[in-house]
Design a protein around this ligand. Structure first.
Ligand code: SAM
Ligand code: SF4
Length: 325
């Protein structure tokens, strides 16, 4: 389906929960969040119905995210429901990896095709600090499990924070040489708990690229690995993986945006930064037909702004874990 700026929208990102087992300093408040009552959260049947309706109007790619999608019980059941839909040709997951290794085989068996892990530091204590309690080894085990199970391309999301983890750029970039991993350096966005300090800690993607080239050699521009994301991809000489940059702030990639988002409570959002949310839950629970649901999806797509508004502090209501980062 096309939006009013002729962009083809074929990708739905679904936040299956806004809860998380970690509290990354740039994402969630230390004390956690006010949890949404269970009755307000879409059931797997309801999510699957939205996916089915979205497939009717051209959605082909699904990503499950959150909050932390792997703390939602029985998530493989949702994956297996989506797997049965022939129009959906890409089914991916974004996770902090902490609960991945023990579920990996089940997820793969259910139909998961690929996975992105968040990893902001390779130092145990620093990792624990940034995630407020996370265990680095669990994430490293998760990455190995995903590689073993061929859930590829296996992508690593790294948010860089000046003066905090920018001294690890080289080491993290090196992972793409050692293993078939696709590292994506993400610019810190002024959203969630980082709003107050993000601008002073911001590192533009170009600066990161320069640091890598000075230290590890030329980055050769390449085609994107599977998944039509906003990253620009490069390869270091002899590397089995790639390095991508997501210039969320320094460069507007919105002209190529192909996505729509569904919150855990059934809000359709045309843009991460838009508060223009359409409720699909009421229609779902009121017995709307697939066609009626797909019309609601099309109306959300028609509200897609030409570009996001994130140049300065965002809106307090805009939390990555709610919208599905
Ligand atoms: N819990 C899962 C995880 O951490 O991968 C999925 C949800 S998380 C909100 C998705 C992605 O959003 C993560 O890679 C995280 O680093 C990123 N993220 C959260 N807050 C961000 C911010 N202020 N700026 C840039 N990226 C952010
Ligand atoms: Fe949780 Fe992911 Fe947010 Fe970290 S970035 S607090 S893991 S939702």
């Amino acid at each position: 389906m096309k939006d009013k700026y002729s962009r083809e929208i074929d990708y739905l990102r679904i936040s299956v929960t806004d809860r998380c087992n970690l509290r990354c300093i740039y994402c969630m408040p230390e004390k956690g969040i006010d949890t949404v009552p269970h009755k307000d959260v879409l059931s797997f049947e309801e999510i699957a119905r939205v996916v089915q309706a979205s497939a009717l109007v051209g959605v082909k790619k699904i990503r499950l995210t959150g909050g932390e999608p792997l703390i939602r019980k029985g998530i493989s059941l949702l994956i297996s429901k989506i797997k049965l839909m022939p129009e959906i040709d890409d089914l991916a997951l974004t996770t902090n990896g902490t609960n991945f290794a023990e579920q990996a085989e089940k997820l793969k068996h259910a139909g998961l095709k690929r996975v992105n892990f968040s990893l902001d530091s390779l130092q145990k204590d620093r990792f624990q600090y940034i995630t407020r309690g996370g265990n680095l080894n669990k994430v490293l085990e998760a990455i190995e499990a995903a590689l073993l199970l061929d859930l590829k391309p296996v992508k690593i999301n790294t948010v860089l924070i000046r003066g905090f983890n920018d001294d690890e750029i080289i080491q993290i970039a090196n992972l793409s040489i050692e293993k078939p991993l696709h590292i994506r350096f993400i610019e810190l966005m002024p959203i969630g708990t980082s709003q107050a300090w993000a601008s002073g800690r911001f590192i533009p993607a170009q600066e990161v690229k320069d640091i890598i080239e000075i230290n590890l050699g030329r980055l050769e521009k390449i085609q994107k690995p599977k998944g039509n994301g906003p990253a620009h991809y490069y390869r270091l000489n002899g590397a089995s993986g790639t390095i991508g940059f997501i210039p969320a702030i320094s460069e507007h990639f919105c002209r190529n945006c192909n996505r729509l988002r569904l919150t855990s409570t059934g809000g359709l959002r045309p843009c991460l930064y838009s508060e223009d949310e359409i409720d699909i839950r009421t229609a779902l629970r009121g017995g709307a037909s697939l066609k009626e649901l797909s019309e609601i999806i099309v109306s959300s797509v028609q509200n897609k702004p030409i570009r996001h508004s994130a140049t300065g502090p965002g809106d307090d209501r805009s939390m990555m874990y709610q919208i599905g980062g």
